[in-house]
Design a protein around this ligand. Sequence first.
Ligand SMILES: Cc1cc2nc3c(=O)[nH]c(=O)nc-3n(C[C@H](O)[C@H](O)[C@H](O)COP(=O)(O)OP(=O)(O)OC[C@H]3O[C@@H](n4cnc5c(N)ncnc54)[C@H](O)[C@@H]3O)c2cc1C
Length: 416
Amino acid sequence: MRYSALSVFFNGLRGNSNWAAAWRQPEPKPHYDVLIVGGGGHGLATAYYLAKQHGIRNVAVLEKSWLGAGNIGRNTTIIRSNYLLPGNNPFYELSMKLWEGLEQDFNYNAMVSQRGVLNLYHTDAQRDAYTRRGNAMRLHGVDAELLDREAVRERLPFFDYDNARFPIKGGLLQPRGGSVRHDAVAWGYARGADERGVDIIQHCEVTGIRRENGRVVGVETTKGFIGTNKLALATAGHSSQTARMVDMTLPLESHVLQAFVSEGLKPFIDSVVTYGAGHFYVSQSNKGGLVFGGDIDGYNSYAQRGNLATVEHVAEAGVAMIPSLSRVRVLRSWGGVMDMSMDGSPIIDRTHIDNLYLNAGWCYGGFKATPASGFCFAHLIATGEPHATARAFRLDRFRRGYVIDEKGQGPQPNLH
Ligand SMILES: Cc1cc2nc3c(=O)[nH]c(=O)nc-3n(C[C@H](O)[C@H](O)[C@H](O)COP(=O)(O)OP(=O)(O)OC[C@H]3O[C@@H](n4cnc5c(N)ncnc54)[C@H](O)[C@@H]3O)c2cc1C
C-alpha cells in the first residue's frame, strides 16, 4: 500500500481498520543469495538498496531481537556532513543527499528535519580550526557558515555568554544538518525492502558461521541453518562477536554511549547545538523534550546501559553551556553499544574470506551515515567493487597506516 495524505484520510474514514502490516513476518527459507546479519539501520538500508538499485531480492535480514532494538532506535538522531578529511567528507555528503530525498524514495515519513547543526567555539584556536573545517566543507560543495558571537546569541539567547567559564565566541553552522526520527528510518527501510521481496526475520540470532573450502556457505541460527552465496555482517556494537565466528579479530572496541531526554519545554533551541568546551550535544524534539548526550562511558561493555558518573559528567557540560538546564528534570536515559574503531572511522569492505563482507566501526556517528552506508555496502556486495565514495573505509588501512583520524586522537576509542 502506498502511503499518502489521501490514504490517511480514507483509512481514517474507515476506522483505520484497513492498514496492512508494514512488513511480513516470514519464516526463513533454506537458502538466500545474500544474508545480512543485523537488522539495524545499516543492515536494513543495505537490503533495501540491494533490492532497489541492484535487483537482488532473494535476500534475508537476520535480527536477533526486534527491529530497532539496537543503536538505530537508541541514538540522538543527529545528521550532518560537516567533516574535514577527504576520506569522510564526500561519503557523509552522499548520505546527506540521500536523507534529503529519503522520505519520497521509500514512501515513509521519517521526519527529516534540516534545522541546522551548530558547533560552538570558545577560543581563537578553536575558531581557526572550525574555519579550516568550514572551508574544507565548502570546497567539497557542503554548506558551512561561520557565525560570530552575536549571530549565535541571536539564535540562542538563553545560553551563557557573559559569565561562563568558557565564553561562547561563535560557531560553525551547517544549515542542512539536523535530525531525523531514528526508528522511522528502520521502519521505512524495512517496509521498502519487504515490499521488494526481502525477508526480514526477527528474533533469529546468528550463533555460528559455517565455512566449506574457504568460503562461507551459511549461518547457524536460533531458527536453524540458513544457506547463502554471500554473507554481510552489519552488527554494529556486536561486530567483534560476529567476526569472531570466523576467527577474525577486528580493530574495534565496544563501548557504551548514553542518551537522555528531559521533560517537555517551550521551544528554545531550534537547531542541534554542540558545546565546544566539553562533550555535550543537544536538540529539542517536536514534543519539547531536550534530547542530549555526551561522552561514551569509557569502558568496554555489551550492556545497553551506562553508569551515573557519566550522567554527571554530561550534565555538568550541559549546565556550563545553559545554566538554566540545572532546573530541568530528565525523564529518560538509556545506553547503546558502540563499535568504536581505532581511528574513529568506519569499515565497509570485503574480508579475507571471499564471500564475507563487513560493515562496522561506526562509533557514535553511524546514524547519519545510514543511507550512504547501506547504499555503498549494497554496491560492494552486488558488484564486488567498493563504491567510489567509500573507498577509504578499507579494513587493511590499519595495517597500511592509512587511517582516517578525523579528530587526530590516534588509536584511542574513548577520545573519538
Ligand atoms: C546513545 C546513542 C546516541 C547516538 N547518537 C548518534 C547521533 O546523534 N548521530 C549519529 O550519526 N549516530 C549516533 N549514534 C550512533 C548510531 O546510532 C550507530 O552508529 C548506528 O545506529 C549503528 O548502526 P546500526 O543502526 O546498523 O546498529 P544497530 O541498530 O545496533 O544494529 C545492529 C543489529 O545487529 C543485531 N545483532 C547483533 N548480533 C547479532 C547476531 N549474532 N545475530 C543477529 N543479529 C545480531 C543487533 O541486535 C542490532 O539490532 C548514537 C548511538 C547511541 C547509542
